[in-house]
Design a protein around this ligand. Structure first.
Ligand code: C5P
Length: 222
């Protein structure tokens, strides 16, 4: 499957999210809703995405006791999201509970993705790999990782284990606070299944144009 672009809708409220979606829904299929926007706008924002034909990655990084995460996963699945995530550090019982909750989806089961170690925390490659292995053992569909880790992770965990890669910067955009950035083209070459792009698109003078440029760049890497 070709690499998909996921746009991170990192805005504070529903009105701003709707404006972003109006601009991007023609060219972009996937949107990521994180803690800030979901806390402010709730499921209404998911309906805004779906009504424009978009798919949702609900980025709430569940991390709690297995019973609670199973319930949260079931709720996410009931909202019809196509992807959600949990912290691998919550343990294998918690990750299996997330899979069981997700499987109660009325439609197709959402992809369940693990966060290994937040990039704000110190970690060795061995730590990341250990948690990614544990996610695979627990039946999860993939992990969030830097595109720089993609080749090694695909080699260790297999081609079917999905890699969702943030930290993407086209050559023409500001680096911002992201370190260890990778271009859309190089992320595709490295084997990313999904790239997550926020500010290079949202903060561009013309977000729709910026999204199209990213999509064009992705094609040059495949
Ligand atoms: O604006 P930018 O392209 O940096 O947005 C990247 C998105 O991916 C943000 O929503 C950020 O929270 C998320 N993310 C990240 N790095 C990680 C995990 C998630 O940038 N390691």
């Amino acid at each position: 499957m070709p690499t998909e672009l996921i746009v991170a809708v990192d805005v504070p409220d529903l009105a701003q999210a709707s404006r972003v979606l109006d601009r991007l829904a023609d060219s972009v299929r996937w949107f990521k809703v994180g803690l800030q926007l979901f806390t402010a706008a709730g499921p209404a924002v998911l309906r805004e995405i779906r009504s424009r034909g978009g798919k949702v990655f609900l980025d709430l990084k569940f991390h709690d006791i297995p019973n609670t995460v199973a319930g949260a996963a079931e709720s996410a699945a009931a909202l019809g999201v196509e992807m959600f995530n949990v912290h691998a550090s919550g343990g294998e019982a918690m990750m299996r509970a997330a899979m069981e909750g997700g499987a109660k989806a009325p439609g197709a089961r959402p992809l369940v993705i693990a966060v290994t170690i937040l990039t704000s925390q110190p970690a060795t490659e061995a730590d990341v790999l250990k948690l990614a292995r544990s996610a695979k053992t627990s039946g999860l569909d993939g992990v969030v990782c830097s595109a720089r880790e993609a080749v090694a992770l695909k080699r260790e965990l297999g081609a079917d284990f999905k890699l969702v890669c943030p930290g993407i910067r086209p050559a023409w955009s500001e680096k911002g606070d992201q370190n260890r950035i990778v271009t859309p083209c190089d992320a595709v070459k490295a084997g990313a299944d999904y790239i997550v792009v926020g500010r290079p698109i949202l903060a561009a003078p013309n977000p729709a144009e910026a999204a199209k440029r990213v999509i064009e760049e992705m094609k040059t890497g495949s």
